[in-house]
Design a protein around this ligand. Structure first.
Ligand SMILES: NC(=O)c1ccc[n+]([C@@H]2O[C@H](COP(=O)([O-])OP(=O)(O)OC[C@H]3O[C@@H](n4cnc5c(N)ncnc54)[C@H](OP(=O)(O)O)[C@@H]3O)[C@@H](O)[C@H]2O)c1
Length: 221
């Protein structure tokens, strides 16, 4: 599959390498063609830098990996507002978080919803914002594979995102529609706050076996 990555930084390279090792081709673009070429070179032979104007037409799926401050500009760069991403699955990995405080920068809504507004007709999925890019590919046992919480409104787009996460070695938990994206983005802020307080976030959430909950007839309502 031609995985288009909008972004040329650390996450773009980390995900690009991991998907390249799973057999995908990567198309990398950004506002600076030199950065796109450098990122493609770091990913390797499976990657090529593409012009933003050609990006949407060539990518089977789009992964957004840019800074929060550049999100709207980046989606515009590839023609999102003009409908260039209509009909495509767009996976938003952005963290709209103040890294110093763990607070979300948008007062309401989410980065993923901003992507959806900026790219009419695209099927946006929030995913892959919580784990460091260096986590991928995960090559340990299946039982302990990272669980990537994702959300979105389009079942086929969620399936495609889950397949790509599977190619990274991860598992997927679908956590609602795109309106849930703020909660998933808040989770990243929560993790940052726990780390800043000197603790491992793994120890800051309860260890709950879902099998025990269903055996006890517990519901989440
Ligand atoms: N790194 C990770 O492990 C990781 C993991 C999960 C999620 N994330 C999230 O993924 C996103 C990218 O992270 P990163 O670590 O790859 O950051 P990074 O290395 O700093 O790269 C940032 C990217 O955003 C682009 N950008 C910044 N401002 C822009 C603007 N105004 N218009 C267009 N493009 C702009 C940069 O382009 P230029 O090169 O031209 O400046 C660059 O391609 C962030 O939202 C981050 O929170 C990162």
């Amino acid at each position: 599959m031609n995985v288009g990555i909008l972004g040329t930084g650390n996450l773009a390279v980390a995900l690009g390498r991991a998907w390249a090792s799973a057999g995908h081709s990567l198309l990398i673009t950004g506002r600076d063609p030199r950065h796109a070429s450098e990122a493609a070179a770091q990913v390797g032979d499976a990657a090529s830098a593409v012009d933003p104007a050609d990006f949407a037409g060539r990518a089977d799926v789009v992964v957004v990996a840019v800074s929060w401050a550049g999100l709207e500009a980046a989606v515009s760069l590839v023609g999102g507002p003009q409908g260039a991403l209509a009909g495509k699955t767009v996976i938003d990995c952005t963290n709209p978080v103040d890294y110093a405080t763990g607070e979300l920068k948008p007062a309401s809504g989410s980065a993923a919803e901003l992507v959806a507004c900026s790219a009419p007709g695209a099927s946006v999925v929030k995913a892959l914002h919580l784990f460091a890019g260096a986590s991928w590919p995960y090559v340990g046992s299946k039982e302990t594979a990272p669980v990537v919480a994702i959300c979105g409104d389009t079942p086929s787009a969620l399936d495609l995102a889950a397949a790509l996460i599977g190619d990274l070695g991860g598992q997927t938990a679908v956590a609602g529609g795109l309106a849930s994206a703020r909660q998933l983005e808040e989770a990243a802020g929560f993790v940052m706050r726990v780390v800043a307080a000197g603790h491992n976030p793994r120890l800051a959430v309860p260890d709950v076996d879902p099998a025990l909950l269903s055996a006890a007839g517990t519901t989440t309502d």
